[in-house]
Design a protein around this ligand. Structure first.
Ligand SMILES: [Ca+2]
Length: 179
């Protein structure tokens, strides 16, 4: 029930820990494991949350996703512009390439860009950097996010999946709420 999830998120704002960002249901997690429960003894309730994580080592896109799945839940999935901006605000700035891999990809130039996990095709009006996606040489099927201090901060660029960039992952979790 999506309403339950939203309620849990708004209640949980009062206890949000520094590294935890409360988010809607992580898209690649089995929903049945993520139903919040309330009125359990001394807990005021539980809520869904996820934390973001990144590597300080660059990897190609496939290695990056594997790294995320090994250490966390999966590579990050972005569901709206607000989430995009929040993520960017939490990642260390880079002065130049390489930037960070995010979990949107395709297998062929004629395919639609698709997010891993939930198969969402969300792309915001402001998502792509100027003149992107340019599909340079028809071989750019993965996406990096620019995290810098310039005008393209938080914008996306399609890139060759074999290039090395820093993985961004998320870890889904329950939060216990005290009132
Ligand atoms: Ca490009």
């Amino acid at each position: 029930d999506p309403n339950l999830v939203l309620k849990a998120c708004s209640c949980a704002a009062i206890i949000s820990a520094s590294v935890v960002s409360l988010r809607p249901l992580p898209p690649s997690v089995n929903h049945s494991e993520w139903v919040p429960s309330f009125n359990r003894n001394f807990w005021a309730g539980t809520a869904l949350g996820w934390t973001y994580h990144y590597s300080r080592t660059t990897m190609n896109w496939t290695q990056a996703r594997k790294w995320c799945q090994t250490h966390y839940t999966d590579m990050v999935v972005i569901q709206n512009q607000e989430e995009n901006d929040y993520l960017v605000s939490k990642l260390p700035n880079k002065n130049k390439s390489p930037y960070y891999w995010i979990g949107i990809t395709k297998n062929h130039k004629s395919e639609t860009w698709t997010w891993i996990g939930n198969n969402s095709t969300w792309i915001g009006e402001q998502s792509w950097a100027a003149n992107e996606p340019n599909n340079n040489h028809s071989t750019e099927f993965c996406v990096e996010i620019y995290v810098n201090r310039r005008e393209n901060r938080g914008k996306w660029n399609d890139e060759k999946c074999a290039n090395g960039k820093y993985p961004v992952c998320y870890q889904g979790m329950y939060l216990k709420l005290f009132m």
